[in-house]
Design a protein around this ligand. Structure first.
Ligand code: CAA
Length: 256
């Protein structure tokens, strides 16, 4: 594999730890991160020594604070469509359909695309300082990496509407109460706790794990992802999107 710049991969004791490394930008997902994640996932999928995967973010503040707003600020509808479609196919769907257990170790903010990344993982552990939310509607957008589909599958329709329509962040206690995270950990022991879960999984039969993942996913199959891509891309042509993004960059509230 080529040298990694925006991600890090450490394989130890049959567990691959993938870290997103853009700490100054709160690990926001730009194209470089998404491209590397896609390659690393391909590599890890075919590496027979890897039996489980953990995904986390660099630093103590943020897992992933969403898609990189600065990168898509001037996108057209078509560019918005490709952003959502390629992201979904190359990273988010790949994680959900991975044949080995994938655990999100949420070490701080998991917002927008960052929460979507966590939702595409099979199991979520979050540190006590984590904050989770979908702020997209405040940017004049909707989640575009499968969040409108996977959130309701995990927490139910009522909480999905609340989180996406209000855009408010929730803390880990609420997240655990609504089933959004499986476990809360102290930040210092987050990765160790994620590894314990990984070890519990990988003592089981790899073929059975792969079959279980396939079957559980099948029960939640939906074609709403295509609609999400369409609605997401159409919002890029809208004045409210321009105002929402400008407000974020100017560190003020949007005026819709
Ligand atoms: N994209 C690009 N840059 C981001 C970012 C993002 N999603 N999130 C944070 N950053 C950058 C900030 O612009 C800032 O950069 P500068 O130092 O160059 O100004 C740096 O990271 C540190 O962030 P803040 O100064 O804002 O830190 P804070 O502690 O004051 O606030 C925060 C933290 C509440 C997480 C805030 O950064 C924030 O609200 N981030 C955006 C969250 C968001 O809206 N995510 C959704 C993105 S859209 C999406 O994900 C679409 C999709 O589904 C495909």
């Amino acid at each position: 594999m080529n040298k990694l710049n925006s991600t890090q991969l450490i394989i130890e004791n049959n567990i691959a730890l993938i870290k997103i490394c853009r700490e100054k930008q709160l690990n926001a997902l730009n194209q470089a991160v998404l491209d590397e994640l896609s390659l690393v996932l391909n590599d890890v999928q075919i590496n027979s020594s890897v039996k489980a995967v953990i995904i986390t973010g660099q630093g103590e503040k943020s897992f992933v604070a969403g898609a990189d707003i600065k990168e898509f600020q001037n996108f057209s509808k078509e560019e918005g469509r490709l952003l959502a479609q390629n992201g979904q196919h190359n990273v988010f769907d790949k994680i959900e359909n991975f044949s080995k257990p994938v655990i999100a170790a949420i070490n701080g903010y998991a917002l927008g695309g960052g929460l979507e990344l966590a939702l595409s993982c099979h199991i979520r552990v979050a540190s006590e300082n984590a904050k989770l939310g979908f702020p997209e509607c405040s940017l004049g957008l909707i989640p575009g990496y499968g969040g409108t589909q996977r959130l309701g599958q995990i927490v139910g329709k009522g909480f999905a509407f609340e989180m996406i329509l209000t855009g408010k962040m929730i803390d880990v206690n609420r997240a655990q109460n609504i089933g959004l995270v499986n476990q809360i950990s102290q930040l210092e022991s987050l990765i160790e706790d994620a590894k314990k879960i990984a070890k519990s999984c990988i003592k089981n039969s790899p073929k059975a794990l792969s079959a279980a993942i396939k079957c559980i996913n099948k029960s939640f199959y939906t074609d709403g992802y295509e609609l999400e891509i369409k609605e997401f891309s159409e919002l890029f042509e809208n004045d409210e999107f321009k105002e929402g993004v400008l407000a974020f960059l100017e560190k003020r509230r949007p005026n819709f």
